[in-house]
Every structure is written in structure tokens, then in C-alpha cells.
Design a protein around this ligand. Structure first.
Ligand code: SF4
Length: 393
């Protein structure tokens, strides 16, 4: 089992960067997702006071010993990209006269910004527990509850190979191991008092072997959120599907508008290789059947994430077309190596791969009228919103 934090890195010049239009913020995002970035110390000064710091609720993709880094970066048009620190990246963020600049190989490309630190982070919402240990704001206003910081697949030595949940918790321990619906209620009430941004709510967490029990816990959390806010919940419920598919109807009835069961890759043999735990506990074909069922309940609100870079484009595109025809939107997250994952030594996909994938994604989203998950000011590691808005063609 891999649980070491090994700081690696490496950068080879990618000639496909020259194909990008760096005046297009979605193209810059694509490059940063491929090549990572590093921060000059001048850009780190406000992090943790004025600027929102990264809180690692489940993964850390930073190959650095520096702990306090921004959660994300704001590019043009409010497009946001997650921080993925690589010491040898050609992209550097540094302070300039007014604000911050993003430089590529020492040349200024664009001004960038950071999201303010939410006021609720330091409020005590449950006795002795600050809010930031329960919920974390992603991007401008997507509040994420990672309900369980353990996963049955790690316990059984069958984690998804890109996942660094265990190593991240061992190293940082920045969030509570378990959250419950009372904590969800308390935190959302606090955000209502502080007035911090709250566009979306995301529920996710490690799995347990009994997927019906796992799913029921999410239903309780969704109910807590919708009761507290007095409305249905836009965002994402990311989980393994239940065996009893009627629970999917209950999740919708509880107030959730979007749901994801993540296949990660399409090819059946690769699924077994990348996600051995999911393969054994539920199985790829059953997951696809559950997605099709969900698409009949969460109409235009059912997603499955693909980890871009783990399989050839042809196979991934076959999956996108198959699922899209059945009402399931492919969400496209870009693979980033994370210290402590089995794939920590793999590289993120090159720019050429991402340009092709983003173009295809745009076709799929526009022809099926899918909405991107969250929004472009909240969704950090995916290109769905930018594809929907037509940034890639
Ligand atoms: S289901 Fe996979 S990605 Fe999610 S926490 Fe477990 S091992 Fe990690």
C-alpha cells in the first residue's frame, strides 16, 4: 500500500502549448491543469488571512513542502483553476504592482486573482470545531462536505489508483473524519449569518461496503441542507450508487438536483485496473445501469466523471457518446498526480490530449444541452463549464 509522501516533479517542454490561444482564459486553464504552477513567495503572503487557503478534505495535488497555498486561482472571465503545485512548472504566479500576474517561462501572460477567505471558516459551528473542518468552499461559492474521510477501498487495499485520501489525511488532517447531517445544518446556518457565497453544495466522501447505508447517509445530509435553506440543492451528490435503486428517487425527493456515480474511465479492463475496489463491490455494468436509472429521475442532472489522461481518447469518447445518448453527462476532470496515490509518479495529460478532449466535450455538451456541474467560477479541475460556453472552438 502506498502511504508515503514523496515529493517528485519534472517538467518537459510541451510544444502543444504553442497551439493555445493564451488570451483565452479557458486555454490558460487547460495549460495549468496539464503543467501545474508554482507561486513566488510574494503571492503567498495574503494566503490564510485575506486569501482563501487550501484545505485538503480528501486529496492534495501539491508537490511541495509548503503547506499554506491558495485553494485556487481566478483567471479571466471568472474562470477558476485549482492549485496544483509543481516546482518545475513553467507557470509562476507572482505579485505585481496591483494584484498578481501569471507568467509563462518568465513572460507575463495575464493578471490573476484569488478568492477571499470566507468569514465562516473560523466560526465555531459545533462545540470546539471550527467550520472549516466541516465544510470547505471550492471556487467562489461551492460548499463541499466530504462526509467520510475513510474509504472501504483503502481499508481493503483496493483504492482507486489516482486517490490519495489516506496519505492526505495522514499528512494534513485538516478536516473532521466524519461529518453528519447536524453538522451540515449548523454550518449552512452559519453561512446564512455571515453572508458568504453559497451557490452550490457538494456532498461526497469515501465509500463503505454497504452502498445502501452509504447512500442513506447522503439522503439525510441532503434533507438537512434543503430544510435549512428552504430550497432544492444545486451542486453535486457524488457517491457509489445504492443497490436498491429506489433510493435514488429518495435522494431526488430529499431536494438534490444533481447526482454523480463516477466511472472514472470507460474501458472495462481499465476500470478494473484503475478502480479495483469499485469493480469488486459494485461492478462497472451495474454502475452504468444505475446511471441510466438516475438519468430518468435526475433529468439533465446525472453525471459521471472521467479522469482525463488515464485512457486513450478514442475509448473515452466512446463512453461519452454512449452515456450522453442515455441522458448521462460526462464530467471531465483532468488527472493530476497526487502524493501518496498509487499513480503519484504518473504525469498529467499533455496539452494536445486536453485540446482534443475539450473540443469533443464541447460538442457533447452543446448537442445534448447538458449543463456543466457547478459553474465556471466554482469548478476548478474540470472543463465542462467552459466547454458548454463554447471556449474551445
Ligand atoms: S472511492 Fe476511490 S476515489 Fe473515492 S475515496 Fe475511495 S478510493 Fe478514493
Amino acid at each position: 500500500m502506498v502511504d508515503l509522501i514523496e515529493i517528485t516533479g519534472g517538467y518537459e517542454k510541451d510544444p502543444d502549448v504553442e497551439k493555445l490561444d493564451l488570451s483565452n482564459p479557458a486555454h490558460v486553464k487547460l495549460a495549468l491543469l496539464s503543467q501545474g504552477m508554482r507561486f513566488h513567495e510574494s503571492a503567498l503572503l495574503p494566503v490564510g488571512s485575506k486569501v482563501k487557503e487550501k484545505i485538503r478534505s480528501y486529496n492534495s495535488s501539491d508537490f511541495t513542502k509548503i503547506v499554506t497555498v491558495p485553494q485556487e486561482l481566478i483567471l479571466g472571465d471568472d474562470i477558476v483553476v485549482g492549485t496544483h503545485w509543481r516546482d518545475e512548472s513553467p507557470w509562476e504566479i507572482a505579485a505585481e504592482d496591483e494584484g498578481f500576474a501569471l507568467n509563462y517561462d518568465g513572460k507575463r501572460i495575464t493578471g490573476v486573482g484569488f478568492h477571499d477567505r470566507p468569514e465562516y471558516y473560523d466560526r465555531e459551528v459545533v462545540k470546539g470545531i471550527p467550520a472549516k473542518r466541516i465544510g470547505v468552499t471550492l471556487g467562489m461559492g461551492a460548499v463541499s462536505f466530504f462526509m467520510r474521510e475513510t474509504c472501504t477501498y483503502w481499508e481493503g487495499a483496493q483504492p482507486c489508483k489516482f486517490c490519495s485520501l489516506k496519505a492526505t489525511q495522514n499528512r494534513y488532517g485538516e478536516t473532521e473524519q466524519y461529518k453528519n447531517s447536524d453538522m451540515v445544518r449548523a454550518l449552512l446556518s452559519t453561512i446564512q449569518e455571515t453572508g458568504d457565497h453559497l451557490h452550490h453544495i457538494q456532498f461526497s466522501g469515501g465509500s463503505i461496503w454497504n452502498h445502501d447505508d452509504e447512500f442513506r447517509e447522503y439522503i439525510e445530509a441532503v434533507k438537512a441542507a434543503s430544510d435549512t435553506l428552504g430550497r432544492r440543492i444545486d451542486g453535486n451528490l457524488i457517491t457509489m450508487p445504492p443497490r436498491d435503486l429506489s433510493l435514488i428517487d429518495e435522494a431526488y425527493a430529499a431536494g438534490m438536483n444533481h447526482i454523480s456515480f463516477n466511472l472514472e474511465v470507460w474501458d472495462p479492463a481499465l476500470f478494473k485496473e484503475v478502480c479495483p475496489g469499485k469493480d469488486e463491490s459494485y461492478g462497472r455494468d451495474n454502475m452504468i445501469a444505475a446511471l441510466e436509472y438516475a438519468a430518468g429521475v435526475f433529468k439533465n442532472g446525472t453525471y459521471t466523471t472521467f479522469v482525463g489522461g488515464l485512457e486513450p481518447l478514442e475509448s473515452m469518447f466512446e463512453g461519452w457518446d454512449y452515456l450522453a445518448a442515455r441522458g448521462v453527462a460526462p464530467a471531465f476532470n483532468v488527472f493530476h498526480p497526487t502524493p501518496g496515490s498509487i499513480y503519484q509518479g504518473k504525469k498529467a495529460p499533455g496539452v494536445g490530449y486536453l485540446i482534443e478532449a475539450a473540443g469533443k466535450l464541447q460538442d457533447v455538451y452543446q448537442s445534448h444541452d447538458f449543463e456543466g456541474l457547478l459553474c465556471k467560477c466554482c469548478n476548478r479541475n474540470a472543463l465542462d463549464n467552459e466547454a458548454k460556453e463554447g471556449y474551445f472552438k
